[in-house]
Write a protein that binds this ligand. Sequence first.
Ligand code: ADP
Ligand code: MG
Length: 310
Amino acid sequence: MDIEELPGVGATIAEKLREAGYASVEAIAAASSGEMMDIGLGESTAQKIIDAARTNLKMGFESGLDVLAKREQIGKLTTGSQELDNLFGGGIETQAITELFGKFGSGKTQIAHQLSITAQLPKEKGGLDAGAVYIDTENTFRPDRIQQMSKALELDPEEALSNIQVARAYNSDHQMLLAEKAAELMDEKKIGLVVVDSLTAHFRAEYTGRGTLANRQQKLNRHMHLLQRRLADLHNAAVIVTNQVMSRPDIMFGDPTSPIGGHVVGHHSTFRVYLRKGKATKRVAKLIDSPSMPDAECVFDISTDGVRDG
Ligand code: ADP
Ligand code: MG
């Protein structure tokens, strides 16, 4: 359905909406009236359009049974390490956003590569029996690494590569557009995993200065809304986002770093995992603020074969 078909959306408003990145009914349904007012719509118009979009997508109440049925569809994706899987209660969940954050070299991209392959495994082997979408913002997707890891799992490396749809995002707007494209792709193909590596790098680079911070957070919020509603929920997919840490000179004790994106990213992530280097190839993963799991730590390993127990 085109956004023009929503009551109250004429050509002028449609153009405004598209320019601001609300190119679909889903994107509008996920917006707040405040966001719409920021692009120049009146409050009542904004609310009317959002309500219409939500009604159209049947976003409202559903019975407890429907919620149960949907939750029963949640899949668990293996990371390649039993220990790491246990941290998540049996693997990375679908219908959720899992945030991997940590310093450069902590293993975020390696885990993202590994999951793009394990997603293709049959369910009895811890996979989702589906393909992956990889939004690469830092140009760190490596096909040869995929080949290497898939051989270790006795998968055909060519086939493994062909099941991963990769797109390079050049800036934050492009990244947001690619997430919309991913949603379209998922209507056609069986995709069980979406990776955004890195979620925040472009946003961080583009929005410096204090005055632009609110703007950045608002866009990040919209981006994550889309990842959750249209990719994770609507398509029963696991969404993995990676995030850098920034140093916090104000913190005197403990770990003087915190993830980029602050509350917006934290609020939208169902699982947040802090990764850090251990001895040699060992890595330590710590689960933080999970609604259903205890905060816990585990050690795993990154070898030539990929992610394994430590
Ligand atoms: P991040 O994305 O968190 O910055 P990466 O996931 O890129 O970090 O991790 C890089 C690390 O992964 C390297 O320092 C190395 O230890 C390990 N690594 C990368 N490629 C391989 C490989 N082919 N074999 C073994 N270890 C590798
Ligand atoms: Mg990386």
